[in-house]
Design a protein around this ligand. Structure first.
Ligand code: COA
Length: 150
């Protein structure tokens, strides 16, 4: 798998972005301000990563996704390792990520990569998303924020 910076987003990129975040207007807003990367495997786009500088010395992974058919093969972990190396090489001190409290697989993966929980934004998904989100048979309400020092 190789990772490239994306110059112009294509439909395949948007499909991946939307699999991680159903809010298209929010996506449009952060892809303009952030750095977008694609993961290529067998000459196909298999993953996406969007990094956004938020506070001084802090970079946030605002979107990460791998094509459904190719999940759980290590591509997501490779994208996270790439984000951490990019942050370190560019003198950021902290990398942050937010995920749903019901996103158990994602919470496992981020903690496996060394992220620690910092805080919980209660009712984030009720406030920001019009449609109810059900995940792992639970209504998604709270956002868990995690970070790692690089
Ligand atoms: N459920 C259960 N376990 C999961 C998981 C999930 N949804 N996602 C990852 N894992 C586990 C893998 O089984 C693997 O475990 P192991 O190390 O014990 O083998 C480990 O985490 C590493 O996973 P990896 O294969 O590197 O992740 P991936 O390529 O499947 O990508 C995501 C992870 C989250 C990017 C991918 O599942 C995805 O695109 N999901 C939809 C979009 C999304 O939710 N994005 C994140 C929004 S916060």
């Amino acid at each position: 798998m190789r990772i490239n910076e994306i110059q112009e987003l294509q439909t395949a990129h948007y499909d991946l972005l939307l699999s991680a975040d159903p809010d298209k207007s929010l996506i449009e807003e952060y892809v303009k301000r952030g750095l977008c990367f694609e993961a290529i495997f067998s000459e196909t786009i298999v993953g996406i990563l969007v990094l956004l500088p938020t506070r001084p010395e802090t970079l946030e992974i605002v979107n990460i996704a791998v094509s459904e058919k190719l999940q759980k093969k290590g591509f997501g972990e490779k994208l996270i390792q790439f984000a951490l190396a990019h942050a370190k090489n560019n003198r950021y001190k902290t990398v942050e990520i937010g995920t749903g409290s019901t996103s158990f697989g994602q919470l496992y993966l981020y903690q496996k990569c060394g992220f620690r929980m910092t805080n919980i934004d209660r009712d984030f998904f009720l406030r920001h998303y019009e449609k109810e989100i059900i995940e792992n048979k639970l209504v998604l309400k709270d956002m868990v924020r995690l970070s790692i020092d690089v």
